[in-house]
Design a protein around this ligand. Structure first.
Ligand SMILES: *Cc1c(COP(=O)(O)O)cnc(C)c1O
Length: 374
């Protein structure tokens, strides 16, 4: 029996246990405590930005980010269709509408050339998602946003540690959301962070996540807020994970290099490779089967699974999901990629020989399954 290779798993080899025990020993287990302040200031430093606000998960980080820009009923936010549903849901939580952007066929992130056509008088913001850890084309997105007077939000849930033109993700927008779910680059079990350079926006977001309470007057609530707080226990894990971030990034780079050695240049595979001015983080090593359809992709994944290898299909584009389906959404490249893409096991501790096993299983499955019409 060969070992089962999951698609993702957390690495908890640092001070996680020690710091969590410290919370239990000191009874600081709720949303006040030293690890919260430490996690926020250390995360802000990693982002090279002045303000980081912790919260309970990445989805509410996105909600808070949009609220921090005053997105509300009647507004539209441009969101790539090929993303995790939370990106779109956060827009709906504000009472606003996501308008979906098509993907770029080569880099899989939102296609800047699809933006202008989808701007209306109601459009307030563009949300850029760094899919699978690869930075979206932020320079182009920023140019359009400046010209058209739109806010920019980064959904950097999958891209902790990635850099674009020398600066960490989070620098290319007015406000950025991160996630620390168990399968992300660093984890606090569940958890999220909002970062921004703007002090007033940071204050507003901090107020909203704490039930809307006035900072100077306890139990005075000038606005309707939320309980979106992170616990000290989550933050304790976050601090321990953040200590390991540099080594995590190096390990992920090595995994990516191993995959590229095995798979780069294969005529049937399209890979998401970083441009020279990007430092992507290999959150999930992903590929697109050029000569496949959804059925062949799924058959290939089933073959891998029967050999003890887990993999993960791309997201269904949001514009085909029941809450967001509408007659006028057209994102053909997002649909093309969504049906043909899959992510391979990417986690720290994965060995060279395991990657060789994944790749040889993938390549023989490709040979055995007849190519589909494309
Ligand atoms: C994981 C993820 C989120 C949501 O984060 P949670 O912490 O799971 O709520 C949002 N957007 C993207 C692109 C993600 O991958």
């Amino acid at each position: 029996m060969t070992d089962f290779i999951p698609v993702a798993q957390p690495t908890l080899l640092g001070n996680e246990k020690r710091y969590v025990s410290e919370c239990l020993d000191t009874s600081w287990i709720s949303s006040i405590g030293p690890f919260i302040d430490r996690f926020e200031s250390e995360f802000a430093a990693v982002c090279e930005l002045p303000h980081a606000i912790s919260c309970s998960n990445g989805t509410v980080a996105l909600h808070l980010a949009l609220l921090g820009l005053d997105i509300g009923p009647g507004d539209e936010v441009l969101v790539p269709s090929l993303t995790y549903v939370a990106s779109a849901n956060a827009v709906r939580y504000c009472g606003a509408e996501p308008v979906f952007l098509d993907s770029h066929r080569e880099h899989w992130n939102l296609d800047p050339s699809d933006v202008e056509a989808k701007i209306t008088p109601r459009t307030k913001a563009i949300m850029a998602v760094h899919l699978y850890g690869k930075p979206a084309p932020m320079a182009e997105i920023g140019d359009i946003a400046r010209r058209r007077g739109l806010w920019v939000v980064e959904d950097a849930a999958e891209a902790i540690g990635a850099r674009y033109r020398g600066l960490p993700v989070g620098h290319w927008s007015d406000v950025t959301a991160f996630s620390f779910f168990g399968n992300k680059v660093i984890t606090s079990g569940e958890g999220g962070m909002v970062v921004t350079a703007d002090e007033n926006r940071a204050r507003r977001i901090r107020q909203l996540k704490g039930q809307g309470q006035d900072f100077e007057r306890r139990y005075w609530f000038p606005v309707v807020g939320y309980n979106y707080r992170m616990t000290n226990i989550q933050a304790a894990m976050g601090v321990a994970q953040l200590e390991q971030l540099p080594s995590f990034l190096t390990a992920r780079q090595e995994i990516e290099a191993w995959y590229l050695e095995e798979l780069a240049g294969h005529p049937q595979l399209a890979l998401q490779v970083a441009a020279p001015d990007e430092q992507r983080v290999c959150w999930l090593f992903s590929l697109v089967l050029r000569k496949a359809d959804e059925a062949r992709r799924d058959a290939l994944m089933a073959r891998l699974r029967s050999q003890g290898i887990d993999s993960r299909p791309f997201f269904y584009p949001c514009h085909v999901l029941p809450p967001y389906r509408s007659a006028d959404s057209s994102c053909p490249h997002a649909e093309w990629l969504g049906a043909r893409g899959l992510s391979l096991p990417t986690w720290i501790g994965l060995e060279r020989r395991q990657i060789r096993r994944v790749c040889s299983a993938l390549l023989s499955a490709l040979d055995e399954l007849p190519p589909a019409e494309t």
